[in-house]
Design a protein around this ligand. Sequence first.
Ligand SMILES: Nc1ncnc2c1ncn2[C@@H]1O[C@H](COP(=O)(O)OP(=O)(O)OP(=O)(O)O)[C@@H](O)[C@H]1O
Ligand SMILES: [Mg+2]
Length: 477
Amino acid sequence: MSDYWTTLASLVGMLAFCQTILQLVFPPELRLTVIHFLTRIRHVFSSHIYFDITEIDGVNTNELYNAVQLYLSSSVTLNDAVSSSNNNNTRLSLTRVPNSSSVTFGLSNNDRITDVFNGVTVLWEHVVVQRQVQSFSWRPMPEEKRGFTLQINKRDKTLVLDSYLDYIVGKSEEIRRRNEERLLYTNSRGVSLDSRSHPWDSVRFKHPSTFETLAMDPVKKKRIMEDLREFANGQGFYQKTGRAWKRGYLLYGPPGTGKSSLIAAMANFLGYDIYDLELTEVQNNSELRKLLMKTSSKSLIVIEDIDCSINFTKRGKFKKKSGSYDPDLTNGSGLDEPGSSVTLSGLLNFTDGLWSCCGSERIFVFTTNHIEKLDSALLRSGRMDMHIHMGFCGFQALKILLKNYLRIEEDEIDGDVLKEMEEYVEEAEITPADVSEVLIRNRSDSEKAVREILSVLKERCTLNAADTILVLGVRQT
Ligand SMILES: Nc1ncnc2c1ncn2[C@@H]1O[C@H](COP(=O)(O)OP(=O)(O)OP(=O)(O)O)[C@@H](O)[C@H]1O
Ligand SMILES: [Mg+2]
């Protein structure tokens, strides 16, 4: 029996060898046919199964080819390739695509690379051959015919077909988003929404804010990150529970506490684009609806200073008897006053109502400096999934800012100074923006910066105490 397998293996080996020789001997026109023929014979006897993923499928670009290319070019795979002894001779090509923020690695022509998925090893080969006589096509074809051949063991066929290819597609999407710079969209007044033109203007968006640089309580930060991660990976959950795949965050707090910085960090974390919706530029609810319908999935739809951009009084009406506010006392269309400004019901129709199901994987973020001014309908539970208070700088946040701007760790600061900082920072009621300002001014001299921060904190505490005494005095008189 073992003789049989040895003979078979040598036969397969010989065929592979012949194939290489023929590749060198035959003219290009004949080469492809002969290689095809030999490959077929080899596949019949082999314990492996092969899948060809060509770059162009008929006349259409094969999405799977692009996905595989991107997947194999990811740095993880590169590391695997370099560390694997089988891949000592693997050649990698380096590319940098337009708008990309990083260099990507690709498999050179006719080179191979192994990959391991769920304990199963597979082999990828990048096959590039000259295209034969140019057949008629509506669009010019590349001179080379490119494709990937995936070699797997026949027994692993189910695993590969069921999950490996899906995994590659998902991973490539992730890499694409990570490599590309974000886009920041904004709307402007007077855009003809009825025309076929896109109603949003976009610019490249490269905000450096990340969760690492964001100064806020680490526990709160972790909770937000987990929530975002769960949302982004939650397609199955939202489908199973019959909910629209969207989430709403309300960020509130005084100016300069990092609301906009948090939005940028969220976009960078998820790799989403941002639609900065300027509500004051939107003339009515139907225009709003058209704008929102033109947003893509995997995006953050942001309305900053929502209390200043929407006229809450135009939404529901107060019930005469109870004096309470009833959000449903509006006409159902959301067009409370045709042709007039946007109303809250118009907005909620999109974040909450039937329209919220148009498009998926979208996050709404509203910000305000005055949460007390917001309509109770917007605040009621279930409307905005998470209310995030961005407050004055706490001790943990202060340490993050010191690290960001001065590149110093906690243990590099004098223990007594650190203690004093901890003592004063809460009472000082200073915003992270004000702390940043002091640190930027003194960034070349970290000792001076630390001293100055401490003196600013003390100064603020004294001022706040004086204010409190003044207010108490006024109240008593
Ligand atoms: N929590 C924070 N972490 C890191 N940097 C911060 C933070 N808060 C403020 N900053 C710094 O202060 C600047 C202003 O912050 P940001 O614009 O995010 O505040 P905001 O809360 O959106 O203010 P506004 O309410 O006026 O829009 C930022 O550019 C950033 O450098
Ligand atoms: Mg802001």
